[in-house]
Design a protein around this ligand. Structure first.
Ligand code: PLP
Length: 418
């Protein structure tokens, strides 16, 4: 018996359907990606906007749309703020620019949303050990809740992950295993080892992409649900979404599916997916109109967007096709520019992956055809504290001065204040 409104798990590859209670992580027939199917009629009867009013501002307010019996552990994920931009909007010549500030999540990235759902489902399924493959943020989210739940957490991370991300994981108590690529093998070696330990040791896989865990990905949809609620149950004109494995992007179409199915919205935003130029398998695939190929040599300052294969491309395609959206690739210099602008015009300190969405908007403003009065949302997905190396590398640290008036005046002049 389940208390959730999830009724079954359907394979996106072969179409076979299994009872939700089976607790499967992937299709046992073909190995394909499963998706959670809900009883929308039952949700309609139970859920109302009226009920939302008395619930705390975290993402469990949408519990009816999540595949869980109840919430076992939480640090109050989600519940972030949609911030109206003033100075940045003016600088870019836009009338209605909003920033969804995901840096205020418990472990400082949006990954707390999907992973908190994944951890809670793993607890319901009796997990003792959970394992993930991550550039660092999903691993941090998993390890924090794992600590609260008393689970053993094993994380496979890229060998060159930023020190701040590794430190966060160590401190939270994960077994942290940085993995180097294997000569001549394509694809992420972290994912390979996660898959291997799931099959071999029976650990529960909780990455932030769908093919190995259909539950967590449902948590990604609460970001757009919150945006829609914050806009009074209406949709923006445009939403810019950064894409790594495309779990977040697929959450967007599933949020729209859910809110449409129960009659909360009747329009769709245009969704624009953004990848770095140095790793753009999804952008290329969308332009071609066929399944992505594994990117041979992912390179970018946006470490959270370096998945060489876009796991959730199918839902990602749907998110763009059904909303009349598109996919764009941005150079690292523009990502860095966007990172500085978010900090200097709005006071929001993001990591490069968290600035890619704004970089995508800046590119569209230069090259595309953007209506400047549109209501536009950019998603600032992760905190700048996650990757201090990049900031120190690019800006250096200020030199101290002697504590004298002369030295002060000299410095103020060189800073352009005097
Ligand atoms: C993971 C991540 C992304 C990309 O999300 P996907 O679901 O992998 O597409 C974007 N920004 C940050 C900060 C991330 O950690």
């Amino acid at each position: 018996m389940t208390l959730s409104f999830a009724v079954s798990l359907r394979c996106q590859e072969c179409g076979k359907e299994y009872p939700f209670e089976s607790g499967l992580y992937a299709c046992p027939e073909c190995g394909g990606k499963l998706e959670v199917v809900y009883d929308y009629e039952a949700i309609k009867e139970s859920f109302s906007v009226e009920k939302l009013k008395s619930r705390p501002w975290d993402h469990w307010r949408y519990i009816e749309f999540l595949p869980l019996d109840s919430v076992h552990v939480t640090l109050h994920e989600g519940g972030t703020w949609l911030i109206r931009s003033r100075r940045l909007a003016e600088e870019l010549g836009l009338k209605n620019l909003y920033i969804k500030n995901e840096t205020t999540n418990p472990t400082a990235s949006f990954k707390d949303r999907p992973i908190s759902v994944g951890v809670n489902r793993a607890i319901e399924l009796g997990a003792r050990v959970v394992v993930t493959a991550s550039s660092g943020n999903a691993a941090a989210a998993l390890t924090a809740l794992g600590a609260r739940a008393g689970l053993r957490v094993v994380t496979f991370v890229p060998h060159d992950a930023p020190a701040a991300k590794l430190a966060q994981l160590r401190m939270l108590g994960a077994t942290v295993i940085p993995v180097e690529p294997v000569e001549g093998e394509l694809g992420a070696p972290t994912v390979k080892l996660m898959r291997l330990s799931w099959k071999k040791y029976g650990w529960h896989p909780v990455p932030s992409f769908g093919p190995f865990n259909p539950y967590q990905i449902e948590g990604a949809k609460t970001l757009l649900m919150e945006v829609m609620e914050e806009l009074g149950f209406s949709v923006p004109d445009q939403v810019y979404v950064p894409v790594g494995g495309a779990g977040l992007l697929s959450g967007h179409i599933r949020a729209l599916d859910d809110f449409r199915a129960v009659g909360l919205i009747d329009a769709l935003p245009r969704i624009i997916a953004v990848q770095p130029e140095g790793n753009r398998p999804f952008v290329e695939a969308f332009r071609r109109g066929s399944e992505p190929e594994t990117w041979p040599n992912p390179r970018s300052i946006a470490g959270g967007l370096l998945d060489p294969y876009t796991w959730d491309w199918r839902d990602g395609f749907r998110a763009l096709r059904e909303t009349g959206g598109t996919a764009v690739a941005v150079p690292d210099d523009l990502i860095w520019e966007a990172q500085k602008m978010l900090a200097r015009y709005e006071g929001i300190f993001v990591e490069p992956s968290g600035a890619a969405s704004l970089a995508g908007l800046m590119l569209e403003l230069r090259e595309g055809d953007v209506d400047r009065s549109d209501l536009i949302v950019v998603e600032a997905t992760g905190s700048g504290f996650k990757d201090l190396d990049i900031v120190v590398q690019r800006t250096g640290l200020p030199e101290p001065i002697p504590g004298t008036e002369e030295a002060l005046e000299e410095r103020l002049k060189s800073e352009g204040i005097l």
